[in-house]
Design a protein around this ligand. Structure first.
Ligand code: NAP
Ligand code: HSE
Length: 333
């Protein structure tokens, strides 16, 4: 039943993350209502194929983006479709309509993040993107709020789950690259185009986003020196294993633009990053005041990423409710 107080959400995309988000909302439905004081309602989702079998149902699917972008009842647009276009055009349209926008699309942010943030600012709305980096690890709010009085001097970590899953299974079980890549795709970790994962591009996008947050740097993908894992085979890994060396796709940056890179490093087992396995991601920050900080957790998967997207939706919903209160107060004057 319709309730005019509900906060209404439209999804652009209903794949791994979109469905994980809805599962998360269903699991947390009472907590969400208690916290917001109103319900969160998913109005409808944009997909390519409405007949596709999905793990979670929604009352309404559409193939027409206007059903979301032009619906005046929708307060928050959640972009979880991926890719540069049409996500870029839809995100700009949603911001111009003054809708709150939440996205998990790191490619979109790496390519157009500063412009989109400026567009949000000019339209007096918000753009939130916690789900775009490190999946379930809530790192952006930690950097923006928890470290606002500190200064980050180095960012280093494992930012891509697909490649970490592949490297872990090739190293531990001697499995073949293509077999494990297929498993990562079946688990929903890989991008729609997995070359984005194995080439290092996905990790590079996340590094760009984190560098902007940590160093306040005007940085783009062209500034990242990047290589991936496609050149590795299980024989080379077995050979290095004999020497006690563990392969990891490491992303690393310092505040100077010349030291921003993604590539395979062979780590000793004494290195904390060497013990981060499978779908797990990790981030190590060196800061002026706190020194060495380290986080790890699931970097991909529907529920973990859906949880990060849900945190952004909750924040966006609070802004929507605050604006409604201001509107009521102004109308009562
Ligand atoms: P996905 O499973 O491939 O889902 C994409 C969804 O978008 C599908 O529902 C698809 O429709 C829809 N879609 C794609 N292009 C469309 C178009 N042109 N028009 C209409 N609908 C379109 O992708 P995902 O894994 O959920 O990832 C979504 C975003 O989250 C990406 O930016 C990704 O990088 C990011 N992300 C993913 C993860 C993860 O663990 N998977 C983690 C963090 C961030 P159909 O279902 O009909 O094909
Ligand atoms: N394809 C990405 C990964 C999804 O494997 O890390 C999470 O961003």
């Amino acid at each position: 039943m319709r309730n005019d107080d509900d906060v209404r959400v439209g999804l652009l995309g209903f794949g791994t993350v979109g469905q994980g988000l809805v599962q998360g909302i269903n699991l947390q439905i009472n907590n969400i209502s208690c916290r917001l004081g109103v319900s969160l309602k998913i109005q409808r989702a944009l997909v390519q194929d409405t007949k596709k079998k999905r793990a979670v149902g929604l009352p309404e699917l559409t193939t027409d983006a206007r059903d979301i972008l032009e619906d005046p009842e929708i307060d928050i647009v959640v972009e979880v479709m991926g890719g540069e276009q049409p996500a870029y055009a839809y995100t700009k349209q949603a911001l111009r309509q003054r809708k709150q926008v939440v996205t998990a699309n790191k490619l979109l942010l790496a390519l157009h993040g500063p412009e989109l943030k400026e567009l949000a600012r000019r339209n007096g709305t918000g753009l939130l993107y916690e789900g775009s980096v490190l999946g379930g690890i809530p790192i952006l709010r930690t950097i923006q709020r928890g470290l606002c009085g500190d200064r980050v001097e180095e960012v280093k970590g494992i930012f891509n789950s697909t490649t970490n899953f592949i490297l872990t299974r090739m190293y531990d079980l001697g499995e073949d690259y293509w077999t494990v890549l297929r498993l990562a795709q079946e688990a929903g970790y890989a991008e729609a185009d997995p070359s984005m994962d194995v080439s290092g591009l996905d990790a590079a996008c996340k590094l760009v986003i984190l560098c902007r947050e940590c160093f306040d740097l005007d940085i783009y993908l062209k500034d990242v020196t990047m290589s991936g894992i496609e050149h590795l085979d299980k024989w080379q890994i077995a050979l290095e294993k004999g020497q006690g060396r563990i392969p990891k796709l490491i992303a690393c940056a310092k505040p100077q633009k010349t030291e921003i890179r993604v590539g395979v490093e062979w780590l000793p087992d004494t290195d904390l990053l060497s013990r981060v396995s499978g779908v797990q991601n990790a981030l190590s920050l060196r800061t002026l005041l706190a020194g060495e900080l380290f986080w790890s957790g699931p970097g991909a998967g529907g529920l973990a990423t859906g949880g990060a997207v849900l945190a952004d939706i909750m924040e966006a919903a609070e802004r929507v409710l605050m604006e409604r209160d201001i509107g009521f107060l102004q109308a009562g004057r």
